[in-house]
Design a protein around this ligand. Structure first.
Ligand SMILES: NC(=O)c1ccc[n+]([C@@H]2O[C@H](COP(=O)([O-])OP(=O)(O)OC[C@H]3O[C@@H](n4cnc5c(N)ncnc54)[C@H](OP(=O)(O)O)[C@@H]3O)[C@@H](O)[C@H]2O)c1
Length: 268
């Protein structure tokens, strides 16, 4: 029997293809054992076999449809009970196309269930285990559309704004307990997500689309630097800092006992 990696096990959701499969490759090469989660068993097994062969780490495959509450519970329980798990990459997600008014609501429900509900359950379970252990890391894959919701499908952008907000709150809750938290905000990245959501990524200006290896390697560089928010394409970090500073400046004036002067009704 192979011994356990001293780095522990990385549980990666949506590991069968795209961003998740590259995270799997990179964490295996960093010496983590892997627990790969997605629905497509054949793809997971193919990736697992390659990574076992190339790196010698232990790779386990767990098929789960994270939209299904019973499958989600199984993965959540694994996070709560398997003390070897030291890293969660909350990556599985789906996108959508079209306006809110024209959307098929069942599809939106499934997207919210995966991008929001499943991600929340797994982040909560990981936060509970990792804070008790005093170590661990949670990577939540959001999107730059969290910052520009007018430019993309309303529900998808809102799910990703949720992921960003959740990650910021979670960081405030767990960083004191030795748990690292990161939100990754990719821009358009060449994966199957586009085809799956009925969008032709080849129609985007090529300078807007990043290759998936480059995206994940940049996200990991941000992770190694201990960043809370990583935007792989953003060349000037000062732009993000200015955005956060503007947000911080609002803080003292967001909750006061008196309404702003411009909202006061002139007395009769
Ligand atoms: N690509 C981009 O441009 C881009 C930009 C910003 C953010 N993101 C985010 O990055 C994450 C990964 O996206 P990607 O581009 O790598 O997409 P992708 O290539 O379509 O891969 C999505 C992964 O999620 C899994 N998945 C989908 N539905 C699932 C379900 N119900 N239960 C369990 N696993 C499920 C898929 O595996 P199975 O089909 O085998 O289940 C697959 O492994 C998503 O959260 C996405 O929103 C992507």
């Amino acid at each position: 029997m192979t011994s356990q990696s001293p780095k522990g096990t990385a549980l990666i959701t949506g590991a069968s293809t795209g961003i998740g499969s590259i995270y799997a490759d990179r964490f295996a090469k960093r010496g983590y054992d892997l627990l790969l989660v997605a629905r497509d068993l054949e793809r997971l097994e193919t990736l697992a076999a390659r990574l076992r062969n190339e790196t010698g780490v232990k790779v386990e495959v767990l098929t789960a449809d994270l939209i299904d509450t019973s499958d989600l519970k199984t993965v959540e329980q694994r996070l709560r009970t398997d003390a070897s798990i030291s890293l969660l990459v909350n990556n599985a997600g789906i996108a959508s196309n079209g306006t809110l008014a024209e959307s098929e609501l069942g599809g939106l429900d499934r997207m919210i269930q995966l991008n929001v509900v499943a991600l929340t359950h797994l982040a909560s379970a990981a936060a509970d285990s990792f804070t008790k252990a005093g170590r661990g890391a949670i990577v939540n894959v959001a999107s730059v559309v969290a910052l520009m919701p007018e430019r993309f499908n309303a529900t998808y952008a809102a799910t990703k704004a949720y992921v960003l907000s959740l990650t910021q709150s979670l960081h405030a809750e767990v960083s004191g307990a030795g748990v690292q938290v990161q939100a990754v905000l990719p821009g358009a990245t060449r994966t199957e997500i586009w085809e799956r959501s009925g969008i032709d990524v080849n129609k985007f200006p090529p300078e807007m689309v990043m290759e998936v290896n480059e995206m994940v390697d940049a996200a990991l560089a941000g992770f190694d630097q201990g960043e809370l928010i990583t935007i792989p394409a953003l060349s000037n970090a000062a732009d993000w800092e200015a955005f956060m500073a503007a947000r911080g400046a609002l803080g003292p004036n967001l909750s006061l006992s008196s309404a702003a002067a411009r909202y006061k009704t002139p007395s009769a």
